[in-house]
Design a protein around this ligand. Structure first.
Ligand code: PRP
Ligand code: URA
Length: 214
């Protein structure tokens, strides 16, 4: 669903996504449950984010005859996981597209300044020839996503999408003002950011909830 006031943003409003997201938001949900649900939701959002991938026709032989059949055109997709929490989405996306290539972008958000700090980067060499889907559950100030996409672009990526679970209106506006060419897919757009840059009502710190580090 496209949302008025947020061009380039698709909210995946499928009932299964919304149901699972509600359980993830619940503070009582266990680490194990949170991780499992993130993986399940990721596959469903990935389904929407890949809906318009171009197809080509190839000839195959079924047990009965030959036929012209559709296949995704071009090189394998790249999923770019923004560490740490991106890995939770990555797993579910790989369930759906097991042959995708994977880039890792290590970025954390400085808790005082909320600026993105990069500590690791590893990606396939030929990003310019592939569709690259950057993944991170949370788009809060968008400082992390903006920096990650800048880095992927500097390494040649031109056809990019961004997949998250929750987005703040402030983050979407920031992200789309810097990267208007990159469509965003999310399960929900929440109310606002609090003074510490957390999404409200949100679900807390995605990395901590997924890995049980707090
Ligand atoms: C979280 C989240 C995003 C970032 C979002 O990561 O996974 O990467 O914050 O916030 P922003 O939009 O304001 O940049 P965090 O910095 O907590 O690192 P972690 O995933 O390693 O826990
Ligand atoms: N990062 C998170 O994990 N949660 C937020 O609400 C904001 C940034």
């Amino acid at each position: 669903m496209m949302v008025e006031g947020f061009p380039g943003v698709t909210v995946v409003d499928h009932p299964l996504v919304q149901h699972k997201l509600t359980i993830m938001r619940d503070a009582e949900t266990s680490t194990r449950g949170f991780r499992q649900l993130l993986r399940e939701i990721a596959a469903l959002i990935c389904y929407e984010a890949t809906r318009d991938l171009p197809l080509e026709t190839v000839e195959i032989r079924t047990p009965l005859t030959t036929m012209q059949a559709p296949k995704i055109a071009g090189k394998k997709l790249v999923f770019a996981s923004i560490l740490r929490a991106g890995n939770g989405l990555l797993e579910g996306m790989l369930d759906l597209v097991p042959s995708a290539r994977v880039a890792h972008v290590g970025i954390y958000r400085d808790p005082e300044t909320l600026q993105a700090v990069e500590y690791y980067f590893k990606a396939p060499d030929d990003l310019s020839e592939r569709t690259v889907i950057a993944v991170d559950p949370m788009l809060a100030t968008a400082n992390s996503a903006v920096a990650a996409v800048e880095r992927l672009k500097s390494r040649g990526a031109r056809d990019l999408r961004f997949v998250c679970l929750l987005a703040a209106p402030e983050g979407i506006r920031h992200f789309r003002s810097v990267h208007p060419d990159v469509p965003v897919f999310t399960a929900a757009i929440d109310s606002h950011l609090n003074d510490h840059g957390y999404i409200v009502p949100g679900l807390g710190d995605a990395g901590d909830r997924m890995y049980g580090t707090k």
